[in-house]
Write a protein that binds this ligand. Structure first.
Ligand code: AMP
Length: 287
């Protein structure tokens, strides 16, 4: 596995004649890697000639400076995991390379792409500027890594939807693949932030997924507003968890829905706090 701290060296590597026509599967990450990230690497490995991962904790997508400061950083272990799972190339750029001064590429905003509406609900409502920061950095990472296909987790469902739309509009030759959420045995969605939980919070956190799966089971007997209230009440029963939002949305438009419709693909998304650590999860609601 080749690790490039310097993106110019990565670009020269790709220009070598033997690498020119290779398919590139790209997995962008912020490091502190777990089996969820590794599942994306494994899927990319099956479908591409080269698998490229990036490790870059993007300051622009953090609305809370303390969250940015506390974000776990484990680069040596990350590199071992990537190498052990067939990743071919890793870029670990610094902030100056990603955000050069003067700017090297023309970055489009959510409003340039006419997709602000997708960023206004759920995460966007509670994390001002988050998705602007996400689409900004991903445009830069795509310009560097030149992927054929990019692999993203359904765990961050709103991010996946926004990046799919961004790619369709801006770089339709890049395919975006959504990969299912990888979970701990007790159902907790794997997340780099799980490392920040106290042991008591960690014990309580599986209640999130347990409640979502139960909600899917009981959905046919309740209306949507009641179901949302029920989810909120169940999760808040734990003294360690505090719901920020529960959203029941259309899979495509991300619009909240208030009435069941059999023809609609529906997802239930939640965000909650365990102490100062913010956790998100979602599942499709299916019959
Ligand atoms: P992050 O490092 O948190 O920015 O995540 C990098 C990528 O890994 C994103 O596409 C995430 O959606 C994805 N990811 C994070 N957690 C999981 C998980 N538990 N299962 C699958 N993909 C995940």
């Amino acid at each position: 596995m080749k690790v490039f701290e310097n993106i110019e060296l990565y670009k020269s590597f790709l220009k070598k004649p033997e690498n020119k026509n290779k398919t590139i599967g790209f997995v962008p990450t912020m490091g502190a890697l777990h089996l969820g990230h590794i599942s994306l690497i494994k899927t990319a490995k099956k479908q591409n000639d080269l698998v490229v991962a990036s490790i870059f904790v993007n300051p622009k997508q953090f609305n809370d400076p303390t969250d940015f400061k506390n974000y776990p950083k484990t680069i040596p272990q990350d590199l071992q995991k990537l190498e052990g799972n067939g990743c071919d190339l890793v870029i670990t750029p610094n902030e100056h390379e990603i955000y050069p001064n003067p700017e090297e590429i023309d970055i489009k905003t959510l409003s340039d792409l006419n997709i602000e509406h997708l960023a206004k609900t759920m995460e966007g409502r509670y994390r001002a500027g988050h998705f602007e920061g996400v689409i900004n950095v991903v445009q830069r990472l795509f310009a560097i890594t030149k992927p054929t296909t990019c692999y993203l987790g359904e765990k961050d469902f709103q991010q996946l939807s926004i990046l799919k739309k961004m790619a369709q509009k801006l770089m339709p030759n890049i395919t975006i693949i959504g990969c299912s959420t990888y979970r701990e045995e007790d159902g907790l969605a794997m997340s780099s932030r799980n490392k920040l939980l106290t042991s008591k919070q960690r014990e309580s956190a599986p209640l999130i997924y347990k409640t979502l799966t139960k909600a899917n089971e009981i959905k046919n007997s309740v209306e949507i507003p009641e179901l949302k209230n029920w989810i909120e009440t169940e999760i808040n029963k734990s003294p360690d968890l505090k719901i920020e939002y529960v959203a029941i949305i259309d899979n495509e438009t991300l619009e909240p829905i208030n009435k069941w419709n059999n023809n609609q693909m529906i997802r239930c998304c939640v965000a909650c706090y365990a102490g100062k650590t913010r956790l998100i999860d979602n599942i499709p609601l299916i019959n």
